[in-house]
Design a protein around this ligand. Structure first.
Ligand SMILES: Nc1ncnc2c1ncn2[C@@H]1O[C@H](COP(=O)(O)OP(=O)(O)OP(=O)(O)O)[C@@H](O)[C@H]1O
Ligand SMILES: [Mg+2]
Length: 337
């Protein structure tokens, strides 16, 4: 990537105070995202994907601390005042969450929820905002948009609510859309439709997308690059094809081996990775995957790995990485679903 990235996250740490101690949810994560590109962020539940997204947005919970830099169009978001940050939310960076039930206001009609941001950020008149709202609903495949504008969220199906959420996120034409598990609450067919829609809209608008999912198949085929997180750390990042075809981190390799392919029933684990994520308040020294890894050597825990380039756009933090051309690499073709 030679041009200035749209988003440049540098040494991001996000720690949260809890009654169990300090949760090191995001620990020294760095990556870049180019304008108009789609980056997938994958990792097991609890690996820090959502906290990272929230830290980028400056939406951390109480009793938390974040350090590092989050350059967005060259400005460090973490150094901005709250007011300056609020001006960016929705307008330049928008976010779609997993559960539209919680994100939509149940007592406000769709029309107001859709037009509010446009009126505030774009200063358009109410009739202009309404016209835009109708065309947005059409763009995201909501039939009979006139009627839908008058609906309350509970009058819509889960899939329609998620489409409305997407329309709200797109309303102010953001440069970056962060979609955090945007479809997990939906059934498989609707999930696929919405993910494909997201990808189409992203391409058509030339918007950057960060697509977060614990499901590798969701990001396969819909993203240009993928970042693999493990226990608050970035394990591997690179072109999606390169990472999926030839993963170099032992964790990514194991994760791909545990992912069902299209030949198998959905959610049938092939060989689950034994063990679980380390305690986030007390992670092991060095590589956090070491306790579950079958290829550990002394240097994995002391000093531990650092991110190293293994290809033009492929970096990995693994001391004993998977050799190139290893024939035991992934047990099948991973096809997006
Ligand atoms: N508000 C909070 N208070 C305390 N700990 C939190 C809070 N939010 C997240 N955590 C902890 O931070 C770590 C990272 O959580 P996060 O929600 O980012 O995981 P995730 O990768 O998004 O998982 P999932 O796939 O389940 O959404 C976990 O250990 C989680 O328990
Ligand atoms: Mg999450």
């Amino acid at each position: 990537m030679t041009d200035t990235p749209l988003l440049h996250v540098r040494n991001l740490h996000a720690y949260i105070g809890s009654d169990r101690g300090v949760v090191r949810a995001v620990d020294d994560v760095s990556f870049k995202l180019a304008s108009s590109a789609a980056l997938g962020v994958v990792g097991e539940s609890g690996s820090g994907k959502s906290v990272m997204a929230r830290a980028i947005m400056g939406l951390m919970p109480a009793h938390s601390a974040q350090t590092g830099e989050v350059y967005f169009q060259g400005r460090d978001l973490l150094a901005l005042k709250q007011k300056e940050r609020e001006a960016i939310w929705g307008k330049q960076i928008a976010m779609v969450f997993q559960d539209p039930g919680r994100s939509l206001n149940p007592v406000v009609r769709v029309e107001r929820q859709l037009t509010e941001g446009m009126r505030r950020h774009l200063g358009v008149s109410s009739s202009e905002a309404r016209a835009r709202a109708l065309s947005l609903l059409e763009e995201v495949g909501v039939p009979d948009p006139e009627r839908r504008l008058r609906n309350y969220p509970h009058e819509l199906s889960g899939g329609m609510r998620q489409r409305v959420m997407l329309a709200i996120a797109l309303a102010c034409e953001p440069d970056l859309l962060i979609a955090d598990e945007p479809t997990t609450a939906l059934d498989v067919t609707i999930q696929r439709q919405i993910l494909d829609l997201l990808r189409d809209v992203q391409r058509k608008r030339g918007m950057a997308l960060m697509l977060i999912s614990h499901d590798l198949a969701v990001v396969a085929g819909r993203t240009d690059r993928v970042a693999v997180m493990y226990s608050g750390k970035l394990a591997e990042i690179g072109a999606t094809r390169a990472v999926f075809d030839a993963p170099r981190h032992r964790y990514t390799h194991a994760l791909l081996g545990a992912t069902p392919t299209l030949d198998h029933e959905r959610h049938t684990p092939l060989n689950l990775i034994a063990g679980s994520l380390p305690t986030p308040t007390d992670p092991p020294p060095g590589c956090r995957f070491a306790p579950r890894c079958g290829f550990v050597e002394a240097a994995c825990t002391d000093p531990g790995p650092v991110m190293e380039l293994v290809g033009p756009d492929h970096a990995v933090a693994c001391i004993n990485s998977v050799p190139v051309g290893a024939d035991d690499v992934v047990g099948g073709e991973l096809v997006g679903r």
